[in-house]
Design a protein. Structure first.
Length: 675
């Protein structure tokens, strides 16, 4: 210890500790993908605001290269996220201009198969472990691989991203930085050659930010095209980016390497102060803190057509005629100014050989430094990427039948681990079943308590409707953000997902309904005949399924807050026209058509017919007079003596399918409208 202190004491203050760079781990098991360069020209994006059109992007151009980590920067409202959404294909309407992929016109369908979009919020399933989430992603995205090959890919990615020790950790228990890395890992299983990140450092501390950008740098060095929006990085993070694309007021004010930003600004009379973060300075310039220089910058960079690169002389900067005297002088002496700045290296705070020591290795905690020399080294996994024009890729990594079973198993696992969706609902059905059974105990065969028994039948419909509908309204919208990300990144088709989700909850809903109906049916002494019990149970099951379909429609069409309010309000007409409060013959003719839309009416009528129809014997009567001792009298009073149980069941089945199809269409519309 004393020796160490002596060495530290005698060490010259000018001597810097150099940590030898270590080569990042090779991702050798990933599937091969072609390299992708992206270019765009004269890109314009317009949105409708009220009665006027607002132009967000104004004829911007640019080029994004494979093997580089590119940052899109700009003040708030400059159009960063809009540009990213257009480049990903997330937004297509209102866009004009040309986007090229490897110098060919971009085929959006093919492009989306080769790209991945990691959104700002970590859209993850919290009820899965890291291992389970990766396994599902691997099966969906690279399903043609054998199980041991997928396992090798998963292990390699988790090891590289520093998540190997968290394989059995629930996603809900991960930190913010770990969730961000898991989001990247899920998309990395198919090795997309181009990856987009929307504010990847949002919500992370400085250490997690550096780890995240270090990871993106490593991915870019593997030959991928990595593009991300970032608000205002620190100088340490800024130095790690290879390319910078800066927007201001919907126009490009700089495009090129980060090392040439300060010299380029200096040629325009914008001298970045020493020891000032260049990222902060360009944002300040774009915001107009040093005067209105946006037009000058846009003209100099030709709105993104010029690309300021290392080792190349600046292009001839084209300035408009309406410049002031200082700008004209600058134009005449452009080459001299450039030469002076490059020769004298006036930008002291921007040494391109800065050693980024103490960077935590994301795999084993190995210290590594990322320098410009490292970027020029051989690619991390260049064998995984081919510099050819992308060949035609399959739309999805697996067949739709396999997708269905994978999503179904995942949904069943969610249900088993979700307390609200599973155990709380089970407890509610059992508890309410015993409570109702005790309240209406043995009234089913009492002729003097027929009206109370009808109230019991109606309450069954009410309880089954609200429990099935409300839980779906609360849970289904929470799935939409994850669905939006996974469907956009081509994990699965929408119809496969919807079919799996539709079927996944039906077994549980069936079990809950059977438990509840069995408890109340026999405690209330309804006819102890298997046929009548089966008819009663079938009507109740169909009502619960239809109510669940209503919840799907509402959940797909609106958010949780609106759905929780509107769904009960929308159910009021169905309850009023169910035949319990007002018999069918008493309803005005101009309103009677509503009864044919009420699924509660068919359920209530079906249970009433199962209880009192089909020539049921006389009821017991323990008083002097029982008006409803004969079951046919009850049906006549309810105007159900000519009703058909079969028609009720068919009507419920038809309504069920109509609502399920409607929910799918609403879901499809919702996904499109969110984009």
């Amino acid at each position: 210890m004393a020796t160490d202190n002596l060495l530290l004491k005698n060490r010259s203050p000018d001597v810097k500790v150099q940590i030898a760079p270590t080569q990042p781990k090779k991702l050798t098991h990933l599937p091969k993908r072609p390299k992708v360069d992206l270019a765009f020209s004269n890109l314009t994006y317009t949105v409708r605001q009220g009665k006027k059109d607002k132009i967000i992007l104004k004829n911007v151009s640019g080029r994004l290269r494979s093997g580089e980590l590119c940052a899109i920067m700009g003040p708030s409202g400059a159009g960063k996220s809009t540009l990213l959404n257009i480049l990903t294909g997330y937004k297509t309407e209102g866009m004009n201009g040309q986007i090229l992929m490897n110098n060919n016109e971009r085929d959006l369908s093919q492009f989306r198969k080769l790209s991945a979009y990691i959104m700002q919020d970590n859209q993850l399933h919290l009820n899965l472990t890291v291992d389970e989430a990766m396994a599902v992603a691997a099966k969906l995205k690279i399903g043609e691989k054998k199980s041991f090959e997928r396992e090798a890919i998963i292990t390699e990615i988790l090891d590289t991203l520093g998540l190997l020790d968290h394989r059995k950790t629930m996603t809900s228990g991960l930190s913010g930085g770990q969730k961000k890395r898991l989001s990247i890992a899920l998309e990395l299983v198919s090795n997309p050659p181009i990856m987009f990140f929307d504010e990847p450092t949002s919500g992370l501390d400085s250490s997690s930010c550096f780890q995240c950008i270090s990871l993106l740098k490593t991915l870019a060095k593997g030959g991928r095209t990595i593009i991300c929006t970032i608000h205002q990085p620190s100088a340490r993070l800024f130095e790690m980016f290879d390319q910078l694309y800066t927007l201001a007021d919907g126009q490009c004010v700089y495009q090129g390497s980060t090392t040439q930003l300060v010299p380029f600004l200096a040629t325009l009379g914008l001298q970045c102060p020493s020891y000032h973060n260049p990222a902060s300075y360009i944002i300040e310039v774009a915001c107009g803190e040093y005067g209105d220089h946006t037009r000058k910058l846009v003209c100099a960079i030709e709105n993104g057509k010029n690309d300021i690169r290392d080792g190349k002389s600046f292009p001839e900067l084209k300035l408009n005629d309406g410049l002031n005297n200082s700008d004209a002088y600058m134009k005449e002496n452009m080459n001299t100014v450039i030469a002076n700045h490059l020769a004298k290296d006036t930008v002291k705070n921007y040494d391109k050989n800065v050693n980024l020591a103490n960077a935590e290795s994301l795999g084993q905690g190995i210290k590594e430094s990322v320098t410009e020399k490292d970027v020029e080294k051989a690619d991390v996994n260049s064998t995984l990427l081919e510099s050819t024009i992308p060949v035609k890729q399959p739309r999805y990594g697996n067949s739709e039948l396999q997708q269905f079973f994978i999503i179904l198993r995942r949904a069943l696992l969610f249900s088993r681990r979700d307390w609200t969706l599973m155990y709380l609902r089970l407890f509610a059905h059992i508890l309410v079943g015993f409570l109702i059974g005790a309240l209406y105990f043995k009234i089913g065969n009492d002729g003097a308590k027929v009206l109370s028994n009808l109230g019991f039948l109606f309450f069954n419909m009410l309880f089954l409707m609200y429990t099935s509908m409300t839980i779906t309204i609360l849970s289904f919208p929470l799935e939409l953000p994850v669905l939006l990300k996974e469907h956009f990144n081509r994990w699965y088709s929408l119809r496969t997902y919807y079919l799996a989700i539709t079927i996944s909850d039906m077994p549980f809903q069936t079990i809950f309904c059977v438990l509840y109906v069995t408890i109340v049916y026999f405690m209330t002494a309804q006819p102890p005949e298997p046929e009548r019990y089966g008819m009663f149970l079938l009507a109740c099951l169909l009502v619960s399924f239809v109510a669940q379909s209503v919840g799907l429609v509402v959940g797909a069409a609106m958010n949780v807050q609106n759905g929780v309010f509107l769904a009960p309000v929308m159910s009021v007409p169905f309850l009023l026209f169910s035949g319990f409060f007002v018999s069918f013959d008493a309803i005005p003719i101009y309103l009677r058509w509503i009864t044919y839309l009420s699924y509660i009416r068919y359920g209530f009528e079906g249970t009433a017919l199962a209880t009192y129809g089909f020539n049921r014997p006389r009821l017991d009567c323990f008083t002097k007079y029982c008006h409803f001792k004969v079951p046919d009298t009850i049906l006549e009073e309810l105007d159900m003596n000519k009703s058909s149980y079969t028609i009720d069941i068919v009507a419920l089945v038809v309504i069920f399918f109509i609502l399920r199809i409607s929910a799918f269409l609403f879901l499809k519309w919702k996904l499109k409208s969110n984009r």
